[in-house]
Design a protein around this ligand. Structure first.
Ligand SMILES: NC(=O)c1ccc[n+]([C@@H]2O[C@H](COP(=O)([O-])OP(=O)(O)OC[C@H]3O[C@@H](n4cnc5c(N)ncnc54)[C@H](OP(=O)(O)O)[C@@H]3O)[C@@H](O)[C@H]2O)c1
Length: 252
């Protein structure tokens, strides 16, 4: 019997792929995002192909109290895996971007992820079993002048996840942080960036994250180039030069 999983941001991109991968492995699913219609399409797609149960909940996770509402609805439903995947970017000069957009991003990328972990992870700890997968980014490893708050939000996810994995080490619960590099999803459109045509397959990124979570790894980066950037580039490049290089190298 595979553990039941709650996946946020399951209506597109990496979260959608994770939902399909986990359904194929036999996990029952609860899928969350804002768009009920898209979630319903994902549900139908999964039900046509796999023998699992799929519940969908349309919820804006950037709203105050969202995680607690979801937990109230789901706390007795036997969820044993939490995937905090929903996240957004916001491209542009910090002082030119709308502070409301920045606040929404911080609420989704940081607060909702933290609160979801608190509520659902707390249940896992009481039961002595469960898995948490947080989606970080290679952006967690250096400052990003073209998306300063997004990069900082992912640095939070990384630091939080490392400490969490350590604190949970003998609890029966694992916490894994997946760091994708550029991936072909709707992310850059949603972040008001120009269209990015290159990038990794969201299926491959999702599968890498799923396997790392099931293996109980604390942290994993997808792809050899991204592993070079996050393991070697950050160590050999002078600290002061890093913002300059990231600025010049990143399209957005
Ligand atoms: N794509 C990349 O290059 C890349 C690189 C590194 C890390 N990541 C991370 O990967 C994760 C998934 O992103 P993606 O690339 O798959 O992008 P995506 O295709 O845009 O998917 C984002 C998902 O989050 C949901 N979402 C957005 N705002 C939400 C809100 N307020 N409340 C609830 N759900 C919300 C969206 O669904 P609705 O619109 O239906 O709400 C969608 O399902 C994010 O955490 C992102 O930071 C992406």
């Amino acid at each position: 019997m595979m553990q039941k999983a709650l996946i946020t941001g399951a209506s597109s991109g990496i979260g959608h792929e994770l939902a399909k991968i986990m359904a194929a492995k036999g996990h029952d699913l609860v899928l969350v995002s804002r768009d009920q219609k898209k979630l319903n399409q994902v549900r139908q797609e999964i039900l046509q192909n796999y023998k699992v149960e799929v519940e969908i909940i349309a919820q804006d996770l950037s709203e105050a109290g969202a995680a607690s509402n979801l937990h109230d609805k789901l706390k007795d439903k036997g969820i044993e895996i939490l995937v905090n995947n929903a996240g957004i970017g916001l491209v542009g000069d910090f002082f030119d971007t709308d502070p409301k957009g920045t606040a929404t991003m911080m609420r989704l990328n940081i607060e909702a992820l933290t609160e979801m972990t608190h509520f659902f992870g707390g249940d896992f700890v009481k039961k002595g079993q469960g898995r948490i997968l947080n989606i970080g980014s290679i952006a967690a490893f250096f400052p990003g002048p073209k998306q300063p708050v997004y990069y900082a939000s992912k640095a939070f996810v990384r630091s939080f996840g490392r400490a969490l994995a350590y604190n949970l080490r003998s609890s029966g619960v694992t916490a894994t942080t997946l760091h994708p590099g550029v991936t072909k999803t709707n992310f850059f459109n949603a972040a008001q960036a120009s269209n990015i045509s290159k990038g990794a397959s969201p299926y491959k990124v999702a599968l890498h994250g799923y396997n790392a979570m099931m293996a109980g790894k604390a942290e994993t980066t997808y792809g050899w180039w991204n592993r070079f950037l996050t393991n070697i580039f950050v160590r050999v490049t002078p600290y002061k030069l890093q913002p300059y290089i990231v600025d010049k190298a990143s399209e957005v």
